[in-house]
Design a protein around this ligand. Structure first.
Ligand code: NDP
Ligand code: GDR
Length: 361
């Protein structure tokens, strides 16, 4: 039985990857950080009681900023594969917390690579680094592939640039089987609520049920290549199953404006949207009632923006046999269906759920 260690197991990708590896028969270990609240809701369905004798899903407390703890966990687990997904992954937040982002995302990657070296696991272990299309930043070519020069545009992207190159360097210097997956945006119902797609699908459902009046967004003109997280975690695994370590772009090869995603999400709940105005004055109107449903709020503008991402995943298609199975329309449908369930629960709780519950008591 192969043993995998996932950092960032409580995040969107960590949850899908854990599920995927368990389905492949792996023993899955994950690092979660200590929090004052439970932070495991995405993986609770996989939880196994530590008192059970045979477990194939095991969590360890840890933090990317603590080398001693990372070395100890890696020594205890002796993983065949490490997937380094942990990161302060929010681009806008990285402008507010640049030093912490560098510590967790850049030095955190170095700490894991050093642990592999210190523990002499170079021969046994394979290492996956969660690199990102944000590396392309102010893009130098369209579409972007493994050969396109990087030009990072945020503290997050600069930290990830270090993670990318330190992985390449440890591969070349010490023969570590280390790979970068340069993944373009991927979303799902498990996406964090403050990333734009999830912010939109959540708000659209709440507006539909009358729980919220408007959606405030930042730059509507940015273009992103959005795929489904479920497809991308399979790509991560494929990257580590090759004879030689290498770096791969995973992307859909389609790009859409934020504005288009908003229109699609509203259409999914039967609300047609009409756009009028420009820049901060642009608004999204209900095409029939004329009500303003979307407004631009400059507080969500970034000091430096990544305007256009469009990936070319030819290498992954040819060498890994990887291609995305979900379309953007599938993704919107699935995210809306999931957020609608959540909005219905909130609606019920607000209108009568709590009372009904008390009454039954
Ligand atoms: P999430 O933000 O959903 O998850 C990040 C994970 O990292 C969470 O488990 C979080 O823990 C954990 N984490 C954050 N800081 C630390 C720390 N100091 N120590 C230990 N764990 C920490 O990200 P995604 O799942 O979307 O992304 C996974 C990885 O892939 C990230 O590295 C991201 O930068 C990268 N990436 C993502 C893309 C995407 O479109 N989703 C595209 C390309 C790259 P907690 O739950 O406690 O917050
Ligand atoms: P991104 O994702 O920065 O591409 O990073 P995000 O969803 O945050 O932003 C995408 C684009 O939407 C614009 N935008 C808004 N973004 C947010 N979050 N909130 C808003 O209200 C809003 N309005 C407009 C942004 O300006 C941007 O252009 C994600 C993360 O998962 C990274 O970790 C990962 O590396 C990259 O994708 C690939």
């Amino acid at each position: 039985m192969k043993r995998a260690l996932i950092t960032g197991i409580t995040g969107q990708d960590g949850a899908y990857l854990a599920e995927f590896l368990l389905s492949k028969g792996y023993e899955v270990h994950g690092i979660k950080r200590r929090s004052s609240l439970f932070n495991t809701h995405r993986i609770d369905h996989l939880y196994q009681d530590p008192h059970e004798e045979k477990r194939n899903f095991i969590l360890h407390y840890g933090d990317m900023t603590d080398s001693t703890n990372l070395i100890r966990i890696i020594q205890d687990v002796q993983p065949d594969e490490i997937y380094n997904l942990a990161a302060q992954s929010h681009v806008q937040v990285s402008f507010e917390t640049p030093e912490y982002t560098a510590n967790a995302d850049a030095l955190g990657t170095l700490r894991i690579l050093e642990a592999i070296r210190i523990l002499k696991l170079e021969k046994k272990n394979r290492f996956y680094q969660a690199s990102t299309s944000e590396l392309y930043g102010k893009v130098q070519a369209v579409p972007q592939n493994e050969k396109t020069p990087f030009y990072p545009r945020s503290p997050y992207a600069v930290a990830k640039l270090y993670g990318y190159w330190i992985t390449v360097n440890y591969r070349e210097a010490y023969g570590i089987y280390g790979c970068n997956g340069i993944l373009f945006n991927h979303e799902s119902p498990l996406r964090g609520e403050t990333f734009v797609t999830r912010k939109i699908t959540r708000a659209v459902c709440r507006i539909k049920l009358g729980l919220q009046k408007k959606l405030y967004l930042g730059n509507l003109n940015a273009k992103r290549d959005w795929g489904h997280a479920r497809d991308y975690v399979e790509g991560m695994w494929l990257i580590l199953q090759q004879d030689q370590p290498d770096d791969y772009v995973l992307a859909t090869g389609e790009t859409h404006e934020i504005r288009e995603f908003v229109t699609m999400a509203f259409a999914e709940v039967g609300i047609p949207i009409r756009w009028k105005g420009e820049g901060v004055d642009e608004k999204g109107y209900h095409a029939e009632t004329g009500e303003v449903l979307v407004e631009v709020d400059p507080r969500y503008f970034r000091p430096t923006e990544v305007d256009l991402l469009l990936g070319d995943a030819t290498k992954a298609r040819e060498k890994l046999g990887w291609k995305p199975k979900h379309t953007l329309q599938d993704l919107v449908k699935e995210m809306i269906a999931s957020d609608m369930e959540e909005a219905k629960r909130d609606h019920l709780l607000k209108t009568e759920g709590y009372k009904t519950y008390r009454f039954q008591e």
